[in-house]
Design a protein around this ligand. Structure first.
Ligand code: ADP
Length: 254
């Protein structure tokens, strides 16, 4: 493998749930240190694609390689922030305990040791939640809670961070702060984010994948009118960096 080899390669991938196709003949390459936004309509297959990349689902046909190996063998490369981290907020657990759970992820059972605590505290600092370690997660805002779950995903220092709709329930300034943090993390990590926040995403991402059973990969952060229409089923005016950001090319079939 050379330094130009994509960190993730998806080739001719198809996947169905009980005979119902969710993704058909998908091929994309994700370069190392990419910041990729996955966009598309609800039910388009975004979460399914993420789960296949993570090795949580197996393709019906085609293949996925992560640094040239199967996703399952490379599970240690991934940090994953699933959807809906705000669902069980009343579970009585502290911020630091959530993050420490991330340390146990790849080694299963075992005692938390001093190195685990040190790494957890490093991610606390990185995510700007110092001082909140002993709070219950229910006592945080949605944006703070999201940072805790990102910290958990970062606790093993993964090369690739994947977030599935990380800003659901987060207010606009919280969203901007979160994407700013992801932009900083992207200096050292590949980031893949499933998002409907096209306005904010377009300021930070390096490429966009439009997913609606098939996948169109667009290098660059230009959001086209066709992408917006696909994501929202109505035309939207984008504002990025405080500037109206009118939309340019289209891509054929959606
Ligand atoms: P998105 O993340 O873009 O909203 P999903 O990947 O969740 O889309 O879903 C893609 C399609 O697969 C949808 O039609 C959805 O109903 C279906 N689907 C998702 N998960 C399952 C499942 N566990 N069992 C059966 N069908 C599913």
């Amino acid at each position: 493998m050379t330094s130009d080899t994509p960190i993730i390669q998806v080739r001719d991938l198809s996947f169905s749930y009980n005979g119902q196709p969710a993704l058909v003949n998908v091929s994309i390459d994700v370069p190392d240190k990419e910041f990729l936004a996955i966009i598309g309509p609800n039910g388009g297959g975004k979460s399914t694609l993420v789960k296949l990349i993570l090795g949580l689902l197996e393709p019906d046909s085609g293949k996925i390689l992560v640094r040239g190996r199967s996703p399952k063998k490379m599970a240690h490369c991934f940090g994953y922030v699933p959807q809906d981290v705000n669902i069980n907020i009343h579970f009585p657990i502290s911020v630091i305990d959530v993050i420490l759970m991330g340390r146990l992820r790849h080694r299963g059972r075992g005692r938390i040791n001093a190195e685990d605590r040190q790494k957890a505290m490093e991610t606390v600092q990185l995510m700007g939640i110092a001082g909140f370690e002993n709070r219950r997660i229910k006592d945080l805002s949605a944006g703070q809670r999201e940072r805790v779950f990102i910290a958990r995903a970062l606790a093993t220092d993964p090369d690739i961070l994947i977030l599935d709709e990380p800003t659901a329930g987060v207010d606009t300034s919280g969203k901007t702060e979160l994407y700013h943090l992801l932009g900083k993390l992207n200096e050292t990590k590949t980031i893949i984010v499933v998002s409907h926040d096209l306005m904010i995403v377009s300021s930070y991402v390096k490429s966009v994948a439009c997913v609606n059973q098939t996948v169109h990969y667009h290098p660059g952060n230009e959001i086209t009118e066709a992408m917006l229409d696909m994501g929202y089923h109505c035309p939207v005016e984008l504002v990025a960096h405080g500037q109206p950001h009118r939309i340019l090319k289209t891509h054929g079939d959606f």
